[in-house]
Design a protein around this ligand. Structure first.
Ligand code: S3P
Length: 169
């Protein structure tokens, strides 16, 4: 049986990976974390790709991977937070999957990412200010994803259950 994918969009720290893993386990789908696939295939961390090859190169890797994943089925796809920068990515993943965008308040995102050093876009300076400013620039892009869930104050299980009921309907 062909089972449609679930594509999780959203800013860094909105829970794409933790929710995606729970969903995949519950629905017997396969979880694919786009950042991890890119790191494995390029043999470098995302931070090194940004530093050595630049962001546009990283975005081209993302776009190529989106095209590959959109041809598959039975996946829960945890996209990178910047996948929405290219509208074609949202369209591609929506063709074969249910697209859901996880949202969270900047203060909540800060709590979740406070001690994280793996996101080059939040690497230096005041983290909260950076989160606010990138979120501000991207808000309209996340809003292009038709289904959005505000996750602030919700547990991973609650978010996952909400998506499960949408997937079943
Ligand atoms: C990015 C988000 C990251 C990763 C890269 C860029 C972004 O993924 O792809 O650091 O532009 O928002 P997560 O959303 O999984 O942290």
């Amino acid at each position: 049986m062909t089972r449609r994918n679930i594509a999780l969009f959203g800013f860094m720290g909105t829970g794409k990976t933790s929710v995606g893993k729970m969903l995949a386990a519950d629905l017997d789908l396969q979880f694919t974390d786009m950042d991890l696939v890119i790191e494995a295939s390029s043999g470098k961390s995302i931070s090194r790709i940004f530093a050595e090859n630049g962001e546009p190169y990283f975005r081209s890797l993302e776009k190529k991977l989106v095209k590959e994943l959109a041809m598959k089925s039975g996946l829960v796809i945890g996209t990178g937070g910047g996948v929405v920068l290219d509208e074609e990515n949202i369209n591609d993943l929506s063709r074969t999957g249910m697209a859901v965008c996880l949202m969270a308040e900047p203060e909540e995102i800060l709590k979740r990412l406070e001690h994280d050093g793996s996101r080059p876009l939040l690497a230096d300076g005041d983290k909260l200010q950076k989160i606010k400013s990138i979120l501000d620039k991207r808000k309209h892009l996340y809003e292009r994803v038709p289904v959005r869930i505000q996750t602030t104050g919700m547990t991973v299980k609650e978010v996952s259950e909400r998506i499960k009921s949408l997937y079943a309907s």
